[in-house]
Design a protein around this ligand. Structure first.
Ligand code: 0WD
Ligand code: CA
Length: 380
């Protein structure tokens, strides 16, 4: 896909100083007080089964079973013969979230407008993963992004578009890289059980079509957000706090052997772990540290609230306030830019490392992403 063709490159230049054609990504501009970020509230959840079918329930939610501190999990086991991989060339856009919205329209705080149709009481609908990319943008020197935005009945829908570079990378992955992508899912299988009282089954099949997703509502400054994110598992203690506080994010990472490796881990990996879990209010990450052969040699729990202390000794490190203020200003930029309320219009926002965020406008193009079933379903 080519996103060069657009009808104009921004609003007509005028005297309005609040209306701008681009948004700076320079860190210094975002070093101010931490913005208001309301405690995220889970408003629902959904599941995707082994064939990627949608269910408006938590059937795919799994339970965390704490492993040994030195577990020796072999993450390569089953890669050849017990692995069913999701087809990542299929772009699902916001479809699962939109399905969830239709299924929960009545319980979602929605208001009836003059034409008897419902408008959502939120400013933005998106995936958590898209917001994670926004939070880390001021520190992202390698990967750009494209975010498509459509305004429909006052709500701004944000859906990612794969960049050319990302598509090339996806299509040219090495065998080693493909196998390493499996390791994270295999770690989940070693540490998650299907039921409160059962044990993990490392002899089973890993199927990456399966997913459990939480849907949360929150507010960042004056932006009301509704987003969904995939959750790996929950605390199995029935006395654990309510969702999302009972959720656990699982990660694998290369074992840390040198001070240089520790510093890189703090500077480049923890920012992604922090941003991803902070957004939906997931309080901890359990990390499996593995060697080059894919054997987990250690497991460590990282509370999200302690991550910002861990990094304070690092030189030139990321700051949570810069991440949140940039995201907040980006959302303001989107509100100010995407003004035409029309499901066939897409405002395409583009970030390339070390550049400002820019945008282009596309009418009835390949970028339109709100499906007819959603437009019709929300209208009745
Ligand atoms: O571009 C995307 N991120 C899209 C995601 C486009 C369309 C759909 N999705 C959805 C899927 O329905 C999936 O269930 O992604 C869901 C996960 O969304 P998310 O939580 O917003 O994504 P993110 O925070 O980036 O990733 C969470 C987990 C990953 O775990 P790790 O520990 O590696 O961060 O979701 C998985 C992955 O296991 N994942 C995905 N699953 C399906 N499709 C995708 C994807 N595109 N990206 C990550
Ligand atoms: Ca994970």
């Amino acid at each position: 896909p080519n996103h060069q063709h657009h009808e104009q490159s921004g609003p007509t230049p005028g005297p309005n100083p609040l209306s701008s054609r681009c948004l700076s990504t320079r860190r210094e501009l975002y070093e101010r007080d931490f913005p208001v970020y309301k405690q995220p509230v889970e408003v629902g959840s959904f599941s995707l089964d082994s064939e990627r079918r949608f269910f408006n329930d938590s059937r795919q939610l799994r339970y965390y079973v704490e492993p040994d501190r030195t577990p020796n999990f072999d993450l390569r086991d089953g890669y050849r013969d017990r692995f069913i991989k999701r087809d990542d060339s299929v772009k699902e856009k916001l479809d699962h979230i939109l399905r969830w919205i239709l299924a929960n329209k009545s319980k979602l705080s929605s208001k009836v407008t003059s034409d008897k149709s419902c408008a959502l009481d939120v400013d933005f609908v998106t995936w958590r993963g898209h917001l994670t990319k926004l939070l880390t943008t001021p520190y992202e020197a390698r990967e750009g992004w494209l975010l498509a935005v459509t305004r429909f009945r006052g709500t701004l829908y944000i859906s990612e578009v794969e960049t050319e570079a990302a598509r090339r990378d996806r299509e040219s992955r090495t065998g080693r890289h493909e196998e390493m992508m499996y390791w994270g899912y295999k770690f989940e299988q070693y540490t998650c059980a299907d039921d409160v009282h059962s044990s993990p089954d490392p002899g089973g099949v890993v199927n990456t079509n399966e997913a459990f997703c939480t849907v949360v509502q929150t507010r960042l400054a004056d932006h009301r957000l509704l987003f969904s994110g995939e959750v790996d598992c929950r605390d199995k203690d029935p006395k654990a706090p309510a969702a999302p506080a009972c959720y656990v994010e699982l990660k694998t990472s290369a074992e840390i052997c040198t001070p240089k490796q520790r510093s890189n881990f703090h500077r480049f990996k923890l920012i992604k772990w922090w941003a991803q879990s902070f957004l939906p209010g997931v309080p901890r990450v359990v990390a499996g540290f593995r060697d080059h052969e894919g054997v987990v040699v250690g497991v460590e729990t990282f509370p999200i609230s302690k991550m910002s202390h861990l990094i304070k000794n690092e030189h030139n490190c990321w700051k949570p306030t810069v991440c949140m203020n940039f995201c907040c200003d980006f959302l303001s930029f989107v509100k100010q830019t995407a003004t035409e309320d029309n499901p066939s219009v897409v405002y395409l926002f583009c970030y390339e490392p070390h550049r400002d965020v820019t945008f282009s406008i596309h009418r009835d193009s390949q970028y339109s992403f709100l499906p007819r079933w959603y437009l019709e379903g929300i209208t009745r």
